[in-house]
Design a protein around this ligand. Structure first.
Ligand code: C5P
Length: 218
């Protein structure tokens, strides 16, 4: 669709809410760049783990964050459950967040505009985003989706363990002092508990098209 140039779209939400898939589809639909900011935290955690460094040394973690190239994030190696857990530990450190937020803002400023998804995009990274969506679903539904992904991928997992993981990650992301996960005051809430990805995409594009129509009418 035309008229989306220069647009910044912020998608926040908890783990397994569907925001990543939604962000990719929205970016492709409007011809915008896309950054999954979770991958930046994951890459820092993985760099530390690969170097045999601890996850709680703020100076070392900051150095890893500063040397990160957001254009070279490999989703395949970063998408494991262990890396996700480790990422939520490095994500509590303010120096790591400062370094990554700088890179994320730089990414958002690049033409032709961008969709960023994460936990603090609408609140901290891009508070002036043109559209903010807070994508959520109940913990039970998110755990069910995650469990299905694992099983469909040939793995084994107990649903109760997956649910406990989802709840633990929510508690860490919502409870941290620096940039906790919460909807921005001006975010549109999109609860996908009862929606498939197609309906969520339709709801999101209806909202974005409304914003674009108002913007292009000015
Ligand atoms: O979204 P994803 O599961 O890849 O994110 C991994 C972890 O990185 C999250 O649990 C969260 O702790 C952290 N994160 C964050 N801020 C963001 C994106 C991710 O703190 N903008």
């Amino acid at each position: 669709m035309s008229g989306a140039s220069g647009l910044t779209i912020a998608l926040d939400g908890p783990a397994a809410s569907g925001k990543g898939t939604l962000a990719r589809r929205i970016a492709a639909h409007y011809g915008l760049n896309h950054l999954d900011t979770g991958l930046t935290y994951r890459a820092v955690a993985k760099a530390l783990a690969d170097a045999g460094e601890p996850l709680d040394d703020e100076a070392l973690a900051e150095r890893a964050a500063r040397s990160l190239d957001p254009g070279a994030l490999d989703r395949t190696v970063l998408s494991t459950h262990e890396v996700g857990e480790a990422a939520s530990k490095v994500a509590v450190m303010p120096a790591v967040r400062r370094a990554l937020v700088e890179k994320q803002r730089e990414f958002a400023r690049r033409p032709p505009g961008a969709v960023l998804d994460g936990r603090d995009i609408g609140t901290v990274v891009c508070p002036d985003a043109d559209v903010k969506l807070y994508v959520t679903a109940s913990a039970a539904v998110r755990a069910e989706r995650r469990w299905r992904e694992i099983v469909d991928g040939g793995g084994t997992a107990e649903y109760a363990d997956v649910l406990a993981d989802v709840e633990r990650r929510d508690a860490r992301d919502m409870g941290r002092a620096d940039s906790p996960l919460k909807p921005a005051a001006d975010a549109h809430l999109l609860d996908t508990s009862e929606m498939d990805i197609e309906s969520a995409f339709q709801a999101a594009t209806a909202l974005i098209d409304g914003v674009l129509a108002r913007r292009n009418a000015d």
